[in-house]
Design a protein around this ligand. Structure first.
Ligand code: VGL
Ligand code: ZN
Length: 202
């Protein structure tokens, strides 16, 4: 089945050095293997007239997101450093949305949480979709159990028919099975789980 069309958008989540490169500070096992799948999906989307958009985790040097400042993560994706740059093998064919640049916490490409007040702050992603009359989104990238999951659940909540590319994602798996549980959570919320060639798992 055809995944992409002019009313669909491919969301490529956080394919940045700190996640996708084995030398990254939050390196995701199997992350680099998703890059060719994501590139192929991006070109297929472009050929079908779909929109392709990228997110980048984009943190200041100090944020409550980091363990050193009270959060749970090693320092990663500091804006404009090597770790926040796209992996060099990623073929970037659309605009990028940065998240967390003002120290906000959270994982979704659509929404962030103000670090002081916990208020929810939208990124520009939903507006980029509304002006293009996007109705469907296909989510891929890193990591399955954090930013992919949060982005897919927000997309469903915002009314987009949402698919997740099984061969274009990889989990952090802080606890074994986190990735599988995230997939089940997305599926239960209404996401369609598909491979990049449009086939479904048997
Ligand atoms: C992510 C942990 C911390 C992600 C971002 O992109 O999935 N995970 N920040
Ligand atoms: Zn982060």
């Amino acid at each position: 089945m055809q995944l992409h069309d002019p009313r669909s958008a491919l969301i490529v989540v956080d394919m940045q050095n700190d996640f996708a490169d084995p030398g990254g500070s939050l390196s995701v096992a199997g992350g680099a293997d998703t890059i060719p799948v994501v590139n192929t999906a991006a070109w297929a989307a472009i050929r079908a007239g779909a929109f392709v958009v990228y997110t980048q985790d984009w943190h200041p040097e100090h944020t409550p997101h980091f363990a050193q400042d009270g959060g749970i993560w090693p320092v990663h994706c500091v804006g404009d450093a090597w770790g926040s740059a796209f992996h060099p093998d990623l073929e970037v064919v659309g605009p990028s949305v940065h998240k967390g640049a003002n120290g906000e916490d959270g994982y979704s490409g659509f929404t962030m949480r103000d670090a002081a007040t916990s208020a929810e702050i939208p990124t520009e992603l939903d507006a980029l979709f509304r002006i293009r009359s996007i109705e469907r989104v296909i989510v891929c990238g890193l990591a399955t159990d954090y930013c992919v999951k949060a982005t897919a659940l927000d997309a469903i909540r915002l009314g987009y028919a949402t698919s997740v590319l099984l061969d274009g994602i990889a989990p952090v798996d802080l606890a074994p099975g986190d990735g599988d549980r995230a997939l089940e959570e997305m599926r239960a919320a209404g996401a369609r789980l598909v491979f990049a060639d449009g086939s479904s798992p048997s």
